[in-house]
Design a protein around this ligand. Structure first.
Ligand code: R1P
Length: 289
């Protein structure tokens, strides 16, 4: 059965609907960033650029860094965008867009997110780098898929108990990263821990401006949680969706975030542009080693 036009949407030039890409445009080594302006901050280091395109917040540039081919893709903000990017990227490699049928031999992509994030601990200061050993999904996106094979009920149940998680909110899901990619990226410069992924920037991450939130103590409950020596190090908006969908689709994924805010002591980086630039250079070098 071929996939209907309404489900797998192609543009008139044969490119996939939101990403505006055809299969020949992408490498198997992928770097995700949130901000579309961060794409050029990575590709300015490349030896050569083969292709670039942009539609909405999804900008892609493919080229080589020290002879290794990468595609850098901006995902915009949030897990909802990750649903689009991961499904369309997977379709480019694992669905025959002419017959509209899944391929028999599947391709596994290496996906690294270079993001920004807020730390939850005093000992993970602004301007440091954090690798997400797991993604803690607090936003519900992954519940639309059959996640039983990739979830970790022991940690999830312990988290729900520790935080007295409201039954009215979506049940948290914990998904592991690719240890192979983590081993490439980690060093004495990186912290490792569970990266919590919220579905919003303010209330869902415990920020209070004018609106009362459902649980004033949530951030403290999150930062005081640990399970088998895993603690929750940081909060952002994409990692768990990337880990979950990558695992379900057979891709490898790992997230490395520049800490630009420290939620434990209220500080914000004096030069967030520099820590992101440093993280980009660090990650590119690690990925070609
Ligand atoms: C919020 O300001 C955005 O910044 C963080 C969050 O995850 C969210 O996307 O990451 P990026 O800088 O990678 O977008």
């Amino acid at each position: 059965m071929s996939i209907k036009q309404s489900e797998l949407i192609l543009n008139p030039d044969g490119s996939i609907y939101h990403l505006n890409l055809r299969p020949e445009h992408i490498a198997t080594n992928i770097i995700f960033v949130g901000d579309q302006d961060r794409v050029d901050k990575i590709t300015k280091h490349f030896d050569s650029i083969e292709f670039t395109t942009q539609k909405r917040e999804f900008k892609t540039t493919t080229g080589t860094y020290k002879n290794k081919q990468f595609s850098v893709i901006s995902t915009g903000i949030g897990p909802d965008n990750i649903d689009i990017v991961l499904n369309e990227l997977d379709a480019l490699v694992n669905i025959n867009l002419e017959t509209r049928k899944p391929k028999e031999n599947l391709t596994s992509l290496n996906i690294v997110r270079i993001g920004t994030s807020g730390s939850l601990h005093d000992d993970i200061p602004v301007d440091s780098f954090v690798i997400g050993s797991h993604g803690l999904d607090l936003n519900g996106l992954l519940h639309s898929y059959q996640i039983d094979p990739i979830s970790n009920p022991e940690i999830e149940d312990a988290f729900v108990k520790h935080t007295n998680w409201s039954a009215k909110k979506s049940y948290p899901i914990v998904i592991e990263n690719s240890k192979e990619l983590e081993n490439r990226l980690k060093s004495d410069k990186t912290h490792q821990g569970i990266t919590a992924t919220a579905g919003g920037f303010y209330g869902p991450q415990g920020r209070i401006l004018r609106l009362a939130i459902q649980d004033n103590e949530l951030n403290h409950k999150i930062d005081s949680f640990s399970f088998n020596q895993h603690r929750i190090t940081n909060l952002e908006m994409e990692t768990s969706a990337i880990y979950g969908l990558s695992k379900l689709l057979g891709h490898k994924a790992c997230s490395i975030n520049a800490i630009i805010a420290n939620r434990a002591n209220g500080s914000f980086s004096k030069n967030p542009g520099k820590v992101v630039a440093d993280l980009i250079e660090y990650t590119l070098e690690k990925l070609i080693e």
